[in-house]
Design a protein around this ligand. Structure first.
Ligand SMILES: [Zn+2]
Length: 90
């Protein structure tokens, strides 16, 4: 599997984690009333789950696949934005 495919899988994993986090907060809200703690737990959970994102770097220049310049985006680059390496090629 290429680094791009790994990164893409992580992007899907994060989308699922985000849905679960939103559901978790909604369920706590519904049964226990509005909870800042539930919201905090969901955010911390997402940050921890997303730590892996930092491991997806271009093998040629080391640039992170999820960064476009100084901005982080939820979907990885297929072609490295810095050195132009095709990250989806085998
Ligand atoms: Zn690169």
């Amino acid at each position: 599997m290429t680094i791009y495919e790994h990164a893409k899988r992580h992007a899907w994993f994060m989308a699922g984690a985000l849905v679960l986090a939103v559901l978790f907060v909604a369920v706590v809200d519904r049964f226990f009333g509005h909870s800042t703690i539930a919201f905090g737990v969901a955010i911390i959970g997402l940050v921890i789950a997303n730590r892996r994102m930092l491991a997806y770097n271009c093998p040629t220049c080391g640039k992170n696949l999820f960064f476009r310049g100084m901005f982080a985006v939820p979907w990885p680059n297929r072609v490295c934005g810095k050195c132009g390496t095709d990250l989806g090629a085998r």
